[in-house]
Structure formats: C-alpha cells, structure tokens
Design a protein around this ligand. Structure first.
Ligand code: PLP
Length: 398
C-alpha cells in the first residue's frame, strides 16, 4: 500500500536560502554574499552587541529557574516594547487601548496577527506592497487569506510609485487589511516621505481599512524615534491598528526570536477582549514564548546605561550602512561613468534594489558574488574589504 507521504511533491526552494546554499558550496575564497538579510560589521561578522553581552552577564549572576512565562510573554518585556513602539507618553498607552504580546520574532508576530484577523475579519482580503518581503504573501495565505498586491515600487525612478499606491488604497473594499512597511522597505529600500504617509493615513482612515504595520528595521533608517514616527501617527487616529516589530536586526538577535505584536483598540474595554482572544491564538499555537530573549531585551530597554549603549550600537550599524551606500555610489561613479547610482544614497535600511537585471546578477555569480535575482543587494553585507571587488564586478557586468 502507498505511504501517506508517497504523493507529496518536493516544495520549491526558498529563493533567499537557495542563494546561501549556492554561496556555501562555492569554493572561491573571495566569494561575497550580498543575498542575505542580515547586518554584518566591517569585518564581515554578525555582531554580538555589547548591550546584549552585558545584560546576559547580569542574568548569569542570578541564574533563574526556567518556569513558563505567561501566554502573552514577560510583562517587563511587553511593557518596554510597547513604550518603544508607541512612546511612553502616548495616548494609546495612557488610555490602555494598546496591548502588546511577546512573539517569536517579527515573523511570529505577523503570524499571530494573521491568525487573529482570520478569526475576526474572515471575509477581508490582505494587500501587500508590490514587491514585498518574500514571506508576507505565503504567511497571510497560510493563515487562509486571499493576498493581493498594491502598487509600490517604480523601477524607472527607483522610488515609490506613489500615485499608483494611493489609487490602490482608495480602491480597496472597506475592511481590507493593508500591510505597510513602517520603515526601511524590504526589498526595495524605497520609503515614503512624511507627507506621503499623511496621505496614506488619510486614505486608510477614509476607506475604513485595517492597517498592519510591519516594523522589522526600527533604527536602521533615520533613527529609533524617527523610524517609529509612522506607528505613532497611525495610533493617533483611533482606528483598529496592528503592529508587528522585530529585534532580530536592531539587537542582532536573529536566532533568539525576539519580536512582538501590538494591537490598538478603540477603548480599554475592547483592548481587554482583544488580548483575551489573542491569548487563545498563542495558546493553541505554541502556548507561551521563550524566557531568555525577553529578559535580555527587557533589561536593555529598561536599564538606562544599557539602553544608551544599545542606541549607540544601533546608530553605529545605521551609520556604517550609510557609509557603504555613499562609498559604493562614489566608486561606481569612477568605475562606471555614465551610469547613475545616486538613487542608492536615497534608499533606506539594509537593502538596495540596485537596478541590476537577472542576467547581470547571473554574471556577478560567475565572479562568486551572490545577489538576489531581483537585483536586491544587502548593503549591510558590504565592507571596506569587499567593496572594491563588488564595485569592479558591477562595473564589468553593466
Ligand atoms: N518583516 C520584514 C519586512 C522583514 O524583512 C523580516 C525579516 O527579514 C521580518 C518581517 C521577519 O523578522 P524576524 O526575522 O524577526 O522574524
């Protein structure tokens, strides 16, 4: 008799992880992986932040038993994260309209939000930017939603097709769920201006849409408060709002799965009901979250000297990426005159849609330089050692 698994097809390979596999198999010692979604320091290493080391050292001084956390996570973590996301003095916190639960990274937060929405807005459809983080579509489809795109990137200007985006928002049926990148758009690096955000917020409010802000790179754009500003602007509108945030990048804690989901309701009483239902979603998925990551992040966020150290270290990452953008543009001016890469300076966050075609990316791979077929490169993987080789190779394939 046939096995239960006999008819199962092989799933398609994850496009990004596929690049890493090819990179790992490459024996050229000068190989460079620009396909990743990780911040590397100038030595090409994933940093372990000093603020994290210090918090962990303190925790080791008082080893604690590993009991279960509450379903919604460590209270000190949820509180500190909520204040980071909305601002301690914000009305939604004062009025107890915001609830925040610890989640397994930004992905876990998105999944909790998606499962929650599927229960309480089962007829709504989801809209994600074209293009978006490659997991958005699969994640919301996996939760049972139909997922559509809204216009976002304009390859001709290397910026946002804002008219197209606004028209798409205005055409969405009431109650539609619209996933917005709060800052540092992945994969394009193209963000909205504050004025454009105002128009987006007006369209979301007027259309009765449900905004789901995904903030995976807070602090990598203009700064912690600046990048979070859009969340606060939405929160002022007194509409239902979901916010996922991740510390994978901003704390360099990728494998610890540090994230959170916040939901803003229109009253404290409504928020309490929302939290009770969200806890059911968590309970039936993984019961409760892990302890270590929550203690580390909570301690850093709420201990003034560690908080300051984190902000400095995060600024260091942000500044290094900007330096790499500037250097790459300058060097390409020299090596590839006639090609305009100034837009790379305007892009924000870890990534750049470089404008390289699939064919050009293929030729780079012949030089053991790995990028995504869409032309996305991780600027945070450039460093003072590999930049010249990347620039020379790009100039050659143009
Ligand atoms: N959302 C966006 C836009 C991302 O780019 C990422 C990570 O690459 C995530 C969410 C997921 O973050 P995490 O690794 O914390 O699950």
């Amino acid at each position: 008799s046939a096995s239960l698994f006999g008819a199962i097809d092989m799933a398609p390979r994850d496009p990004i992880l596929g690049i890493t596999e090819a990179f790992n198999a490459d024996t050229n010692p000068a190989k460079i992986n620009l396909g990743v979604g990780v911040y590397y320091d100038d030595n090409g290493k994933v940093p372990l932040l000093q603020c994290v080391r210090k918090a962990e050292a303190k925790l080791m001084e008082q080893p604690a038993p590993r009991t279960y956390l509450p379903i919604e996570g460590l209270a000190a973590y949820d509180k500190a994260v909520q204040e980071l996301v909305f601002g301690a003095d914000s009305a939604v916190i004062q009025e107890k309209r915001a609830i925040t639960v610890q989640a397994l990274g930004g992905t876990g937060a998105l999944k909790l939000g998606a499962d929650f929405l599927k229960r309480f807005a089962p007829g709504s459809e989801v809209y994600i930017s074209d293009p978006s983080w490659e997991n958005h579509r699969a994640l919301f489809e996996g939760a049972g939603f139909t997922v559509n795109n809204y216009a976002y990137y304009d390859a001709a200007t290397h910026g946002v097709n804002f008219e197209g985006m606004l028209a798409a928002l205005k055409a969405m049926p009431q109650g539609s769920i619209v996933v917005l990148h709060a800052c540092c758009h992945n994969p394009t690096g193209a963000d909205l201006s504050q004025d454009q955000w105002s128009q987006v917020i007006d369209a979301v409010v007027a259309g009765g849409l449900v905004p789901f802000l995904d903030m995976a790179y807070q602090g990598f754009g203009a700064g912690i408060a600046e990048d979070g500003a859009v969340v606060r602007r939405f929160a002022e509108k007194n509409i239902p709002l979901l916010v996922s945030n991740s510390f994978s990048k901003s704390f360099s804690l990728y494998g610890e799965r540090a994230g959170a989901l916040s939901i803003v309701a229109t009253s404290a009483e409504e928020a309490a009901r929302v939290l009770s239902q969200l806890k059911r979603v968590i309970r039936t998925n993984y019961s409760n979250p892990p302890t270590h990551t929550a203690k580390v992040v909570a301690m850093v966020l709420s201990t003034p000297e560690l908080r300051q150290l984190w902000e400095e270290e995060l600024a260091g990452m942000r500044v290094r990426i900007k330096e790499m953008r500037n250097l790459m543009v300058e060097k390409l001016k020299e090596k590839a005159p006639g090609h305009d890469f100034d837009f790379v300076r305007e892009q924000v966050g870890m990534f750049s849609y470089s404008g390289l075609t699939k064919e050009q990316v293929g030729k780079l791979r012949d030089e053991s330089i790995y990028a995504v077929d869409t032309g996305r490169i991780c600027v945070a993987a450039l460093n003072s050692t590999n930049l010249d080789r990347v620039v020379d190779a790009v100039a050659k394939v143009l």
